[in-house]
Design a protein around this ligand. Sequence first.
Ligand SMILES: Cc1cc2nc3c(=O)[nH]c(=O)nc-3n(C[C@H](O)[C@H](O)[C@H](O)COP(=O)(O)O)c2cc1C
Ligand SMILES: C=C(O[C@@H]1CC(C(=O)O)=C[C@@H](OP(=O)(O)O)[C@H]1O)C(=O)O
Length: 358
Amino acid sequence: MASYLGEHIHVSVFGQSHSPAIGVVVDGLPAGERVDMEELGRFLKRRAPGQNATSTPRKEADLPQFLSGLVDDVTCGAPLAALIENTNTRSQDYAQLRDKPRPGHADFTAQVKYGGFQDVAGGGHFSGRLTAPLCIAGGICLQMLKRRGIEVAAHIASIAREADRPFDPMGESVETMDALKRAPFPVLDEKAGERMRKVILQAKEEGDSVGGIVECLVTGVPAGLGEPMFGGMENRLAAALFGIPAVKGVEFGAGFGVATMRGSENNDPFTVKDGKVVTQTNRAGGILGGITNGMPLVFRLAFKPTPSIAREQQTVSLSKKQVEELVVTGRHDPCIVPRAVPVVEAVTALVLSDLLFS
Ligand SMILES: Cc1cc2nc3c(=O)[nH]c(=O)nc-3n(C[C@H](O)[C@H](O)[C@H](O)COP(=O)(O)O)c2cc1C
Ligand SMILES: C=C(O[C@@H]1CC(C(=O)O)=C[C@@H](OP(=O)(O)O)[C@H]1O)C(=O)O
């Protein structure tokens, strides 16, 4: 399984949703970086399950235990290892899924690939739960980046057809970006947030789920990060962001919108501000030729609706090779998007740190 990321800051995620613990090993963190444990705890809490009606009811404290890599909360240069215990598992909910794979989840493909030896319980290693250890590693990198003037923030850009106001691609204030990190439901327009919550609860009541879009903004990125062709900033971010379960699309800057624009509409004119070359607009999303141009990075991710829904669905019995009905039981997010927002920030911070600290 390809559960590792990064060349210089190498991150390896392990565990399954219902194994005794999940965790991460991070090799290559620079020595001497202080980890603010309270800040990290607040970050992990933003992702943790079981906190409100739009989330899975599975309750987990998601408290990281550090086994190595830190001395008095400061990185010491040795590989950092951290664990989170799984305490609230109900594996019987998954018993039928080895033979009757859930439409939209990885049960069928895992069965094909691992020949029945895969851990089915809780979605095994495919579970969104594996994003918790990613947030430990990414949360540390977010602190390292902030110390160097790089701010990463994401918000819920839309749920189903309800949309927030988009980020200003030229950047947002640090106050606005920080406020999103304190918000239990991170949106820029509270009224839009209310409508989104309603859409999620409505779908849940109907035994269904909804998807949506997360938009991410990174300010303070120096020009010159990334390589042409296959080592581009877009390539690296996309490869990592597609590792978040349920992501089905990633677009940078004006994204798919460029297809209907003219060059005169899409090009960002250059100008000089305070002696620095900048662009007047930022439809490129801060990347040209795979290399950062010094403008903010802006990108969006499409999340599919949660596959495990309460409604009856059609599947097959793999042993009987016949069509059967399936009712998925258990505890699930009616929408993945709100809990995925800090995960997007974490993965972004890991990719940027990998390039910056090389
Ligand atoms: C934070 C988070 C929470 C998730 N919660 C659930 C869930 O409760 N139920 C579910 O079926 N899928 C959930 N997913 C999505 C599945 O893990 C994912 O759809 C599945 O592994 C198949 O992978 P794919 O959608 O990338 O193809 C969650 C994903 C994330 C990132
Ligand atoms: C526990 C988390 O979310 C889980 C993600 C998930 C899935 O299939 O991705 C399925 C559910 O697992 P379980 O059936 O064990 O409750 C969610 O609760 C988490 O994200 O921390």
